[in-house]
Design a binder for this molecule. Structure first.
Ligand SMILES: [Zn+2]
Length: 299
């Protein structure tokens, strides 16, 4: 927290410190970021869950890194309000954001961009909990795949009680269907996994650096006060600045090496990104180099 303040996140820290007592009642993994808006993240690199209370019920953004986290979110919701979870918005298709959909649905309606359901059905393995740890197995009781009931194209506005949620497609940035959730009145942005703080991302073959840079610019242009990334701690638009800086530098270095006649293999061995050596998930670097190589060689 102190380091974050020093990094220029004074405003966010003031919000968090002023309201931390109420969030502590929910457990150490929960933070209150605005009146009626909470975030759960089990560990710094874990996926985040947004809990948004409205006068007409609860809207969740994603469902937790593991099903143990999902169950804790369900408990927290019960402590916060007697009202049901009406909607679950998935910011991507991967299990660490979506497996817990079944805990809230029915009655909750699940929403993500077009393509999410197909990708989730293709990847689903109902036996995946067979060898899981006992606590996960217990939390997985009753598991079934719940893919989005509603798939939108490009943009969707959801109004629940006094709140407005703008669902924005983030194109080719992380998974087969990525959604950012923007609350314009509260100026809170649930940004999904296009840009995650202090971590390398897994850049899949359909993701391009051009689209990652476009995502950072589009999300920053909303001028959010608080940015909740798909993984890690809530912050500010600095998350997008850092992502943009990283991919720009990566592309610059890989392009220079391609121009110097290096092969993909040589680049893999010789490229150094010491500025980002302390970021998590260094093992994802090859997928990052692949994306930069595709961009530099126009493939
Ligand atoms: Zn993911």
């Amino acid at each position: 927290m102190i380091r974050r303040c020093l990094l220029g996140l004074l405003m966010l820290c003031a919000i968090s410190l002023g309201e931390i007592v109420a969030a502590q009642d929910l457990g150490p993994k929960f933070r209150k970021i605005k009146e009626g808006i909470y975030v759960q993240s089990a560990r710094e690199v874990n996926s985040t869950v947004g809990i948004v209370l409205t006068t007409e019920g609860v809207v969740l953004i994603d469902t937790g890194q593991t099903l143990v986290d999902t169950r804790q979110v369900a408990e927290a919701v019960k402590k916060l309000t007697p009202m049901p979870v009406r909607f679950v918005i998935n910011t991507e298709v991967h299990p660490d954001h979506t497996t817990g959909n079944f805990v809230f649905s029915p009655p909750a309606v699940v929403i993500n961009h077009a393509g999410a359901g197909d990708a989730m059905r293709k990847a689903d393995n109902p036996n995946r909990f067979a060898t899981a740890a006992p606590d996960i197995k217990a939390a997985a009781e009753g598991y079934r795949l719940v893919a989005p009931h509603v798939e939108y194209q490009e943009k969707m506005t959801l109004r629940v009680g006094e709140r407005t949620f703008e669902l924005l497609r983030v194109r080719n940035a992380h998974s087969e269907a990525d959604t950012a959730v923007w609350l314009p009145q509260e100026r809170v942005l649930f940004a999904g996994s296009a840009a995650i703080p202090n971590s390398l991302n897994n850049v899949r073959p359909f993701v391009t650096i051009a689209d990652l840079l476009a995502a950072a610019r589009m999300l920053r242009s909303l001028s959010p006060e608080v940015v909740v990334p798909g993984h890690g701690s809530p912050g500010t638009t600095r998350i997008f600045d850092e992502s943009e800086k990283y991919y720009t530098l990566l592309l610059e270095r890989v392009t220079a090496m391609v121009k110097a006649g290096k092969t993909r293999e040589q680049i893999g061995m010789e490229l150094r990104m010491p500025e980002y050596a302390d970021w998590a998930y260094q093992e994802r670097m090859p997928s990052n180099i692949d994306a930069a190589y595709r961009a530099a060689t126009d493939r």
